[in-house]
Design a protein around this ligand. Structure first.
Ligand code: SF4
Length: 213
């Protein structure tokens, strides 16, 4: 039977992306091949149990919410996720996936909104970025940079222009929680008229760094 290793499934307010503020069901998959220095979901590296597709969908349905975010860990690290995304779309869920840009995104169902987290030097994992992924992004997708410091901002600005990312889809810059000053990031974006959108992790402003929120 088709299954996935699931770390947790919970219902919360979407704290990131263009869907910020919407009630959403989060399905967190176990496992990630990266080790970003600021990772706030290390508990998802190994903890989890196998759940078959039907049981996962039953759990999602229990929240009476059509918006579903697939996250991790790194959800694309489990190959069954490609088929599961298709099944969710076929069942009229509004699906998005957050992925690290370290794995191939070409097989993701075109109905899914992909939030591609391009890794900056401050993450310690920028050598894992796959520029080949950008050709598979759609206009409904979003590219995200988590900015840890001024060097990260400068690097991201250069990267956005050199890969023409603003011509593909919305580009989001998010300050790394408790590392990058929000006002400083806002001032940088304004000074450079950067074709990007500032975002905060709304759930952390509501609940702090609390698991399952
Ligand atoms: S890709 Fe995401 S889950 Fe994996 S280490 Fe980085 S922040 Fe953590």
């Amino acid at each position: 039977m088709d299954n996935l290793i699931i770390n947790e499934i919970f219902y919360s307010i979407q704290g990131e992306s263009l869907n910020t503020g919407h009630p959403t069901v989060f399905v967190r998959l176990t496992g990630c091949p990266l080790r970003c220095v600021y990772c706030d979901t290390e508990y998802a590296f190994h903890d989890g149990k196998p759940m078959d597709f039907n049981t996962i969908i039953e759990k999602i349905n229990s929240f009476n919410c059509k918006k579903v975010m697939i996250t991790g860990g790194e959800p694309l690290a489990q190959k069954n996720i490609i088929n599961f995304l298709k099944i969710l779309c076929n069942n009229s869920f509004l699906v998005s996936i957050e992925t690290s840009n370290a794995l191939d995104i070409s097989k993701i169902d075109k109905r899914v909104t992909t939030i591609l987290d391009i890794k900056t030097p401050g993450s310690g994992e920028s050598d894992k970025n796959l520029p080949n992924n950008y050709q598979y992004l759609k206009s409904i997708d979003q590219i995200k940079f988590v900015i840890c410091n001024q060097e990260d901002y400068n690097w991201s600005k250069k990267y956005i222009y050199s890969h023409n990312l603003f011509n593909i889809c919305e580009v989001l810059l998010s300050p790394c929680y408790e590392k990058m000053d929000l006002k400083l990031l806002a001032e940088n974006i304004l000074k450079d008229s950067l074709p990007a959108r500032l975002q905060i992790q709304l759930h952390k402003f509501i609940w702090g760094d609390q698991r399952g929120k």
